[in-house]
Design a protein around this ligand. Structure first.
Ligand code: SF4
Length: 466
């Protein structure tokens, strides 16, 4: 995951501060680094660094970022390490003026593209696929940036929702499969914004919110908006895991509000895997809507049982395994008053590496629960994602190595059930699915919408640079 943001305004008032608040609304999508690049029509300025949005920026850092057009990025690494050199946007000077690029997704053919650039004599400073995309664009022929982008996009295989800053405009583009979300909206001053999630557009007060379609390039230039579809949509493959875990509940994409989709996931789970219990407890925050849904259908009362310190980052996003394990212990306390003497159904959104569920079950038991039944709002994750979610290798995934009963014993719960694939797809699609599922389910099925044989591992490009 990553969050991307683009803005173009007719008057240039407070562009950096708008970008800051837009990025703040996308903080959940990446906590390793943040950056903003701004253009005043001639010159571009950039500030980026490792850290959270509020650590990287303060009024002094934002003040020099004056202009009419801006892009921003919050990073969580999927290709390349988490160091500052991979922070985005990438800003370069070109013969056509300044150009900056920020990207959410993962190119499965990045190794071949990178090798081709190196063989043509390019030097690379970073180990992510985003710098490769930036340099490919700068060296593409074409009369304008739209044409250069149009000529370059067919070479990119995999997931990309991206924003590009040039001296006088912002471009937004999405891959033909539509793996990652990207939406646009009209700013209150008549300008336009693009963002990974609609929650950021709402934060900026946008109206006329719409999706950047898969395979589409959108130009944001002051009060003008131009849309151009490059690829007919083939097999849409919106990431189902965005609905299960990643997106903010107040975001909407692919026709479904995320909160309501999660509530339906819980309702389906209750219908598929009921259990005699006294209380339904969510693992906060992403499982709260699903626990509400489970409670509605099962009739078992909903209550808080785990309290999360919301100021410690999401454990799954943190890149290193050691950080993840420490994060679980630091992040949750049990609410013994709601758990003691109770049979508990604990709702969690997913089970990836299996490092979180065991300690949480123990926490609930230690608080006095007599039984702990774990219900997961998606199927077992058995295959790695190559489209922008850092799940590690297949071997890191607990469900790739163990069956449900083995996982239950490892976690130490009284019963364990996952939502079925059909149940998850129906819940995300909602009551009026707009034709087919259109969802990527590769991490649950191994059915990758794009061949992944050439896909890089996360640190494949660390190379000689340290
Ligand atoms: S493999 Fe899973 S996480 Fe990756 S894009 Fe597909 S559904 Fe999303």
């Amino acid at each position: 995951m990553c969050g991307v943001l683009g803005l173009s305004t007719p008057h240039g008032d407070g562009v950096a501060s708008m970008a800051f608040f837009g990025l703040y609304a996308l903080q959940h999508r990446g906590q390793e680094a943040a950056g903003i690049a701004v253009s005043d029509g001639q010159r571009a300025r950039l500030h980026k660094d490792a850290g959270l949005v509020a650590n990287v920026f303060n009024p002094d850092r934002l003040a020099p970022l004056t202009g009419y057009h801006a892009i921003g990025h919050t990073r969580y690494s999927t290709t390349g390490g988490s160091g500052a050199r991979n922070a985005q946007p990438f800003l370069v000077e070109t013969m056509h003026g300044p150009m900056a690029l920020a990207h959410n997704g993962n190119l499965v053919n990045a190794p071949a593209l990178r090798a081709e650039l190196l063989s043509r004599g390019f030097g690379l400073t970073a180990s992510s696929d985003t710098e490769v995309m930036t340099l490919m664009l700068t060296s593409a022929g074409g009369r304008d940036w739209e044409e250069r982008l149009e000529r370059t996009l067919p070479a990119w295989k995999g997931a990309y929702s991206l924003v590009i800053l040039t001296h006088d405009r912002v471009l937004a583009a999405r891959d033909p499969w539509g793996f990652r979300p990207l939406s646009i909206g009209r700013l209150p001053d008549g300008g336009w914004a693009a963002a990974s999630e609609t929650c950021a557009l709402l934060t900026l007060g946008c109206s006329d919110v719409a999706e950047v379609e898969p395979g589409e390039i959108v130009t944001l230039q002051g009060s003008e908006l131009r849309r151009r579809r490059l690829f007919a949509s083939g097999r849409p493959a919106h990431c189902s895991f965005e609905f299960v875990y990643f997106s903010r509940p107040d975001s909407t994409w692919a026709g479904s509000n995320v909160h309501h989709a999660r509530q339906r996931l819980g309702e389906r789970l209750a219908a598929e895997s009921p259990v005699d219990a006294d209380v339904v407890v969510p693992v906060p925050d992403s499982s709260i809507p699903a626990a509400i849904g489970y409670s509605h259908v099962s009739g078992v009362p909903f209550n808080d049982g785990l309290i999360k310190n919301r100021y410690i980052g999401r454990t799954f996003i943190e890149p290193a395994q050691a950080q993840r394990q420490r994060g679980v212990a630091l992040k949750f306390n049990a609410l013994a008053e709601n758990l003691a003497g109770k049979r508990v159904v604990m709702i969690d959104d997913s089970l990836v590496r299996g490092t979180t569920a065991g300690p949480l079950v123990k926490l609930v038991r230690d608080a006095g629960a007599t039984e702990v039944h774990l219900r997961i709002t998606c199927p077992p994750i058995t295959h790695a994602c190559h489209f922008g979610v850092d799940m590690g290798h297949d071997g890191d995934l607990m469900a790739a190595r163990h069956d449900v009963e083995e996982i239950r014993r490892h976690i130490g719960c009284d019963s364990l059930a996952f939502l079925s694939l059909a149940g998850m797809l129906a819940a995300i699609a909602g009551p009026e699915p707009a034709g087919g599922s259109g969802l990527c389910t590769a991490c649950f099925t191994g059915d990758y919408p794009v061949p992944v044989e050439e896909a890089p591992v996360k640190l494949a490009f660390e190379g000689a640079l340290r």
